[in-house]
Write a protein that binds this ligand. Structure first.
Ligand code: MN3
Length: 203
């Protein structure tokens, strides 16, 4: 059974950056629904013993009648677990060590965030912006449509930071101003958690 990550904050704790109703609907309705559908579909497909990473890397092997359902709801489950776990009401600042990793890849943290904001804001329709890492420690910025993610591309990239640009993530407060939401979201990133995700892949 796949489980939603437990939140380290209350729905209202991220205000005014992200409003409480958006957080509650996002987590308790959208994310919960993806997770429930996924759990039903993996039983149908006989994939109960697989990790979500194993499922993403072998989507082509899944019966075509339920493959899209597993991909969309599996992405919805996994992507939101990353999204909700890397933000905090009291976000930790970036460590010197991880700042150096970002600088080695992008020149500066500000430059990395600018690139991430640009691809996230520019994703046409619903989707995600990503900061991913390969086993050598190389960081890559990308965007995907719908609930797709870099793991599904089988390019050796693991996401460590996820920017949800579906309208359900921001529309109540930000309406059409996606770029403003992305900027506010960046202020909530807990860099200690992002660094842990990075270390899980590289070390
Ligand atoms: Mn979402």
């Amino acid at each position: 059974m796949f489980k939603q990550v437990e939140l380290k904050y209350n729905y209202s704790d991220l205000e005014p950056k992200i409003d409480a109703l958006t957080m509650e609907t996002h987590y308790s309705k959208h994310h919960a629904a993806y997770t429930n559908y996924l759990n039903n579909l993996v039983v149908q497909a006989g994939l109960e013993n697989k990790t979500i990473e194993e499922i993403f890397s072998s989507l082509a092997d899944i019966d075509s009648n339920i493959r899209a359902g597993i991909k969309n709801n599996g992405g919805g489950f996994y992507n939101h677990n990353l999204y909700f776990s890397t933000i905090s009401a009291q976000p930790k600042a970036i460590s010197d060590k991880f700042a150096k990793v970002i600088e080695d890849n992008f020149g500066s943290l500000a430059e990395m965030l600018e690139q991430l904001a640009k691809v996230s804001a520019g994703q046409f329709g619903s989707g995600w912006g990503w900061l991913s890492v390969d086993k050598s420690g190389k960081l890559v910025i990308s965007a995907t449509a719908n609930q797709d993610n870099p793991l599904m591309e089988n390019k050796g990239l693991t996401p460590i930071l996820a920017v949800d640009v579906w309208e359900h993530a921001y529309y109540l407060k930000y309406k059409n101003l996606r770029a403003d939401y992305i900027k506010a979201y960046f202020d909530l990133i807990d860099w200690e958690v992002v660094e842990i995700h990075y270390n899980n892949v590289v070390e």
